[in-house]
Write a new protein. Sequence first.
Length: 363
Amino acid sequence: MFQLIREEADSLRSQIVTLKTGPGPKSGGLPEVSINQRGKSNSIKDLLVRIARREHLEISEGDTTPFSIYASAWLERKKAILARSTYGDYRSIWKKYILPYFGNMPLCRVTRLDVEEFLGNLPDISAKRKNNIMVPLKCLFNDASRRGEIDEPPSENIRRLKEIKPFIDPFSFREMKLLLEHVDPHYGAYFTTAFLTGMRPNEMIALKWSNVDFEMRCITVREGRVLGIEGPPKTMSSYRDIDMLDPLFEALRKHRQEARPGTTYVFPGKTGRPLEVNNLRNRAWYPAIAAAGLRRRTMYQTRHTFASLMLSHGEDPLWVARMLGHTSLDMIFKHYGKFIRNRSRKDGGRFLEGLKEAEACPP
């Protein structure tokens, strides 16, 4: 058995590997393999660990710090330097995906094969989400390698999954009007604002009345809310002032008059607490879609609807980009190029003309 391991190790002479065999204290007297490795390659370590596991050997290494302990310490160190929303996302990823898989596995025993199997065993979620899950895991292994806890990161050179381009399926003016007529009245102002500003859901649920200026007809975006944690937007361009179009001004002024005294948030839940996107989606959005008899679409399509209708009615792409919080026109041309007609308007006028035409149509 041990001859097999020695033969496999001897075949890779470019690395220095020391094998020690003998009764293992943790294995009830079963043979134990101790692996000390120097050099760049993780492949030898992977190979020896696989052989030892296959032959039911106990593996003993110099540092047996549990993955969960190191991960908790790493996340705590990152708390002070990460944006609150990013930290909240990392914490959620840790709890839901990473720790249940790696748990108390010794950090130094995690191999590339383990990481690949983790990635392959993730649930049926988008490639983008899987890539996002891998980000903190790779950062942890890189940190452990820099600190000398492990040799090379086992996640090194694991490529990102190919992400599917976001599907843009905007609503027409008629569909937008129909949906707003069927949505729960408590959430009417929310979805009116979503369609007429292109704000992201996490920006909407964090919006406070102090950020709504009726005199200047402007909404100031300064915060977002992710996984129950409020913090600044991720990018500088997300800090922005959004022009209130006339129908939005009227809708928000009425909404303000009907709000409970002392309400902080523009769009609180029915209990007065901040809205949660998942609850909003399931309790208000999808029921309204069904009641209106419309094709099922994601809630994020309100943002795509704003952009596509503005551009298709001749609004200036630079103005639309500013309203959406993009730093340049690249994202506009990449995702909405087919909707652009001309580049002259920048006041929402053509958009409002189309909206009035839709309102004049019988239901």
